[in-house]
Design a protein around this ligand. Structure first.
Ligand SMILES: [Zn+2]
Length: 190
């Protein structure tokens, strides 16, 4: 109800008013106020004002958020748990966030989106069928590779290959990996 009950002399006297915003009838108002708003419009404009204020005060909002999360550890734990469950179901999303974290840690380029991560049926290097494992990565787990490590996670430089192939390749350059092959063949001379 619109609160305008302070005018005692108008008690019991009801005027028909219309919301200036949505033009719906506002009942129970006794005030001669042309700027009246219905409850739902009042709520809407209060919400809009709050959003506008939040946009203008991002630092204060961060403070409020921190305070809230600090005093509601169950909420933050629930959020983490929800994200963990989502990640378990969404393998490209899991790979996306893991790669993003690695890139930030190593200070390398990261410009891909989750949609750029496409998991093939077989490892393009070793030909083995890629399988998702629940826990730790195995040889056949899909793994996001930077073809040329220094180029980072950028479109055209990423491939999903088997964990085994990625481990063997590691951050080796073509020349270094060729030397590994020669070593395995017993042809390395130095
Ligand atoms: Zn209204």
């Amino acid at each position: 109800m619109v609160d305008c009950s302070n005018d005692d002399y108008l008690k019991g006297y009801t005027m028909t008013k219309f919301c200036k915003q949505c033009e719906k009838k506002v009942t129970g108002c006794k005030k001669n106020n042309h700027k009246i708003k219905c409850i739902s419009c009042k709520k809407k404009s209060a919400a809009n004002n709050a959003i506008a204020w939040a946009k203008q005060n991002p630092d204060k909002m961060k403070g409020f958020q921190k305070k809230y999360y600090d005093s509601h550890p169950d909420v933050i734990a629930g959020k983490i748990e929800y994200r963990r469950k989502q990640m378990k179901l969404d393998i490209p999303l899991r790979m996306f966030y893991a790669a993003k974290a690695r890139a930030a840690k190593k200070g390398i380029k990261f410009t891909i989106t989750k949609e750029d991560i496409i998991i093939p049926a077989k490892c393009p290097v070793l030909g083995m069928v890629l399988k998702i494992s629940e826990d730790a990565a195995c040889d056949h787990s899909p793994s996001l590779d930077r073809v040329i490590p220094a180029k980072g996670y950028t479109l055209g430089n990423i491939n999903v290959i088997s964990h085994k192939a990625n481990t063997m390749k590691s951050n080796g350059t073509l020349e270094e990996l060729e030397k590994v092959v020669l070593y395995l063949k017993g042809e390395l001379s130095c």
